[in-house]
Design a protein around this ligand. Structure first.
Ligand code: NAD
Ligand code: ZN
Length: 379
């Protein structure tokens, strides 16, 4: 059932130039085309990935663009061919999709949908190669297929998870990126055994979600590694039992961790985006069985350099997008886990601002303050 679509005029936060404050202004949002949906975004939050593409220091610059990918909203209208979503549905958009038809979607082992997998350089809709946003006829580009820093956005229906309408959207919005990414990296990919030792590199919202995963999996020691010691007090609430600030040691952090753990940690989850931390994560795991999982989004020119002996010594290196969750299949289940009281999302939400104050959320992240800042679209 397609609804006849009209152009909507609404407010969006447009990134016109790298590193310059976003401009909250009126944009036009075209109706959804085949297999697309138009969403009314109610809450969105800022993830470090948005900041990388806004700074465009280590990523391809694409401007003008509407950033944003961690959000919750309601379906406003649907395009032709959309059968699984209808106006009024409560949804979470996700930066990586699930077409349910490709080899990846049919495999239990992959969440890397061939059609809708994350592609940060794509700036238009997949269907017709056009943008649905414009200002005075000038196209404004999309980001991660989601562009949630807008009161209305158009998304491929395969990148939208329909969730229980009882879920509070101002909380579950953090499931649409940060929480699932970190938590899943631990429970679905690193899979620590009960009683094991897990190192978490980077204690932002993603890293602390990974720590939460380690706690739930029954890890007995969770070592938080961060350059910002202000993170350590908060991290205790997420199960971290010990801390290392690499800046406070003369030895490389790999050696510090090896000494603390009699040879290395059982699992390491990297959530920094820094190439050195990625290498340290691998080199910190125990030989024979250690597994390191990369989650941080690397600089576009980054190269991973390590001695191959780590692999001969049977250390394993893995990486994951979105915590290995299939967004449409798995996310509604994670929402139910939250509703049953199994997940504490509230503690990730440290700040909240109105949409017109969205640049404050960027300031907080750049200052390394707080975890997630919820942006309220209706104010
Ligand atoms: P954040 O900025 O809130 O947290 C990152 C933390 O890493 C900070 O506390 C910072 O001090 C610390 N850090 C930076 N360099 C470090 C180093 N060399 N050693 C130790 N600690 C260091 O960011 P976030 O929103 O939690 O995101 C974390 C990372 O995860 C980012 O790179 C982001 O792009 C990435 N990410 C990946 C996915 C995915 O699907 N793989 C999804 C979302 C976010
Ligand atoms: Zn994100």
């Amino acid at each position: 059932m397609a609804t006849a679509g009209k152009v909507i005029k609404c407010r969006a936060a447009v990134a016109w130039e790298a590193g310059k404050p976003l401009v909250v202004q009126e944009v036009e949002v075209a109706p959804p085309q085949a297999m697309e949906v138009r969403l009314k975004i109610l809450y969105t939050s800022l993830c470090h990935t948005d900041v990388y593409f806004w700074e465009a220091k280590g990523q391809t610059p694409v401007f003008p663009r509407i950033l944003g990918h961690e959000a919750a909203g309601i379906v406003e209208s649907v395009g032709e061919g959309v059968t699984e979503l209808a106006p009024g549905d409560h949804v979470l958009p996700v930066f990586t999709g699930e077409c349910k038809e490709c080899a990846h979607c049919k495999s239990e082992e992959s969440n890397m949908c061939e059609l809708l997998r994350i592609n940060p350089d794509r700036k238009v809709m997949i269907g017709d190669g056009q943008s649905r946003f414009s200002v005075n006829g000038q196209p404004i580009y999309h980001f991660l297929g989601t562009s949630t820093f807008s009161e209305y956005t158009v998304v491929h229906s395969g990148c939208v998870a329909k969730i229980n309408p009882e879920a509070p959207l101002d909380k579950v919005c953090v499931l649409s990126c940060g929480f699932c990414t970190g938590f899943g990296a631990t429970v679905n990919v690193a899979k620590p055994k009960k009683g094991s030792t897990v190192a978490i590199f980077g204690l932002g919202a993603v890293g602390l979600s990974a720590a939460e995963g380690a706690r739930v999996a029954g890890a007995s020691r969770i070592i938080g590694v961060d350059l910002n010691s202000n993170r350590f007090e908060t991290a205790k609430k997420f199960g971290c039992t010990e801390f290392v600030n690499p800046l406070e040691h003369t030895k490389p952090v790999q050696e510090v961790l090896a000494e603390m753990t009699n040879g290395g940690v059982d699992r390491a989850v990297e959530c920094t985006g820094n190439i050195n931390a990625m290498i340290q994560a691998l080199e910190s795991v125990h030989d024979g069985w250690g597994v390191a999982v990369l989650v941080g989004v690397p600089h576009k020119d980054a190269e991973f350099k390590t001695h191959p002996i780590h692999f001969l010594n049977e250390k394993t290196l893995k990486g994951t997008f979105y915590g290995h969750y299939k967004p449409r299949t798995d996310l509604p289940v994670v929402v139910e886990q939250y509703l049953k009281g199994e997940l504490e999302l509230e503690k990730f939400i440290t700040h909240s601002v109105s949409f017109s104050e969205i640049n404050k959320a960027f300031d907080l992240m750049l200052a390394g303050e707080g975890l997630r800042c919820i942006i309220r679209m209706d104010e």
